[in-house]
Design a protein around this ligand. Structure first.
Ligand code: UDX
Ligand code: ADP
Length: 465
């Protein structure tokens, strides 16, 4: 079977970039990305590609090349389902905030809605591809809904987990380490797998396209993220030990990363990992393990999250302690709000939790991020539900100029590793701050020695002070 038309439900951080790259690399396939969020679709269709809703280096160009040719963004979900051979489900699957599995399990409400909509609309056979991060065995839920429609239409469900990292999404999609496709090992299932293999094979070397059964594919996604997050928590745990000894975490990371069995990536100590995947996927793993009675397995992975929570809390406490144990009424400038550089995504960003801590102590936080909009900062704070919206607005200011953020501040906290922060005129920043002027570098991006020479008191994660 040759795929001619693809529909993707969900025009977010995964669906948007993935479909833009498929459209670029497969000019013979019509790709339609649909979403119920009208404003989001309007932004994807904005004539100026600088206004598309997802900030990713290089994405604007990719969208500009294919949009209107074989890449379309629309709110007509039914129409797109009807005319496509292959449907990607790429909707949000946040951690449940209510009921059974609250705080652990993925909320599959949106997935189920999609499945029901596909079931209602489809008049011809379809291949349905799960692209959202999902707990193991979600495919069977989708299959069960689709198979009970009685419409006579036949569906094949594939799992095709996303491995792109935000900030490098276009690069990761154009030149992936691997593409993983899981499907039923029946004749029909294998045909569906082949149809998706043929799409990716238009630009990905065949040996990098791995095929497995559905469950292995779903579990591999959770496992990959759990392993990556574990590396960050491992290095972060040692960063605390370094601060109490004469060791320097950057030197330790370099030394262990030179061992080819360990490798140099994902050993950067930080204020804590964020993003839409790591925490959610580990929580899924913990939930699934517990539901099978595997408490030791669950506890093992849960510790990765606990270490991460500790790292964020520890950073906030360090600020408070250094400012003579009181930050009440003091201005603290945040450089960065996104969960990592080169993205405007803020989901689970460490900045949110550090701000929350400081607000408990009634600090005033002035936030500057090159790509995050003011309203997003307040949405993130309000989502925590720890205080009223009014209070969040009373204690936090979001400003558009980094020098303005730092002016009159007692301290600066670097929460995201944006490259541009290194290029600032740090002497000018120092002159306009209250003294002693502190910098808490939660990402180890600034040149601490240079800052100390200017006069700053500097704290960098994992280095002895
Ligand atoms: C991750 C996976 O990398 C990707 O394969 C999957 O598809 C989605 O989840 P993402 O969350 O976009 O991608 O970003 P990633 O680069 O993995 O970073 C996650 C978090 O860990 C960020 O907050 C980052 O700052 C932090 N991190 C990463 C560190 O603190 N130190 C490191 O060494 C690496
Ligand atoms: P991700 O990082 O997984 O891409 P996002 O939250 O960025 O997550 O994007 C998910 C998108 O899916 C949102 O834009 C949301 O409006 C959309 N969405 C959720 N449910 C549906 C649905 N039933 N039909 C169409 N779009 C949906």
């Amino acid at each position: 079977m040759k795929v001619k038309s693809i529909c993707c439900i969900g025009a977010g951080y995964v669906g948007g970039p993935t479909m833009a790259v498929i459209a670029k690399k497969c000019p013979g396939i019509k790709v339609t990305v649909v979403d119920i969020n009208e404003a989001r679709i309007a932004a994807w269709n904005d004539p100026d590609v600088n206004n598309i809703p997802v900030y990713e280096p290089g994405l604007g160009e990719v969208v500009a090349e294919s949009r209107g040719r074989n890449l379309f963004f629309s709110t007509d979900v039914d129409g797109a389902i009807d005319e496509s051979d292959m449907i990607f489900i790429s909707v949000n699957t946040p951690t449940k905030t209510y009921g059974e599995g609250k705080g652990l399990a993925a909320d599959l409400k949106w997935i189920e809605l999609c499945a029901r909509q596909i079931a209602r609309v489809a008049k011809s056979d379809k291949i349905v591809v799960e692209k959202s991060t999902l707990p193991v065995r979600t495919a069977s839920t989708i299959k069960s809904i689709l198979d009970h429609t009685g419409s006579g239409v036949s569906f094949q469900i594939l799992s095709n987990p996303e491995f792109l990292a935000e900030g490098t999404a276009v690069e990761d999609l154009m030149d992936p380490d691997r593409v993983l496709i899981g499907g039923d090992q029946t004749e029909e299932g294998l045909k569906a797998i082949q149809a998706l293999v043929d799409v990716y094979a238009q630009w990905v070397p065949r040996e990098r396209i791995l095929t497995t059964n559905v469950w292995s594919s779903e579990l591999s996604k959770l496992t990959a993220n759990a392993f990556l997050a574990q590396r960050v928590s491992s290095i972060n745990s040692l960063s605390e030990l370094c601060e109490h000894t004469e060791a320097d975490i950057n030197e330790v990371a370099r030394a262990i990363g030179s061992d080819s069995r360990i490798g140099p990536k994902f050993l950067k100590a930080s204020v804590g990992f964020g993003g839409s995947c790591f925490q959610k996927d580990i929580l899924n793993l913990v939930y699934i393990s517990r539901s099978y009675g595997l408490n030791e397995v669950a506890d093992y992975w849960e510790q990765v999250i606990q270490m991460n929570d500790h790292q964020k809390r520890r950073f906030a406490k360090k600020i408070i302690r250094s400012l003579y144990n009181t930050v009440n009424g003091k201005k603290i400038a945040f450089l960065g709000w996104a969960f990592k550089k080169d993205t405007n995504d803020t989901r689970e960003s460490a900045a949110i939790y550090v701000a929350d801590h400081l607000l408990f102590e009634q600090a005033h936080v002035a936030v500057y991020d090159p790509k995050v909009k003011e309203e997003q900062v307040f949405v993130d704070m309000d989502y925590l539900n720890t205080r009223s919206s009014e209070e969040n607005r009373k204690y936090i200011d979001v400003v558009e100029d980094p020098y303005e953020a730092c002016k009159g501040a007692h301290a600066i906290a670097v929460l995201t590793e944006w490259d541009v922060f290194k290029q600032y005129d740090w002497s000018k920043i120092y002159d306009n701050m209250l003294k002693p002027a502190h910098v808490f570098d939660g990402r180890n991006v600034l040149d601490a020695e240079k800052l100390r020479k200017i006069g700053f008191q500097v704290y960098s994660i994992g280095t002895p002070s």
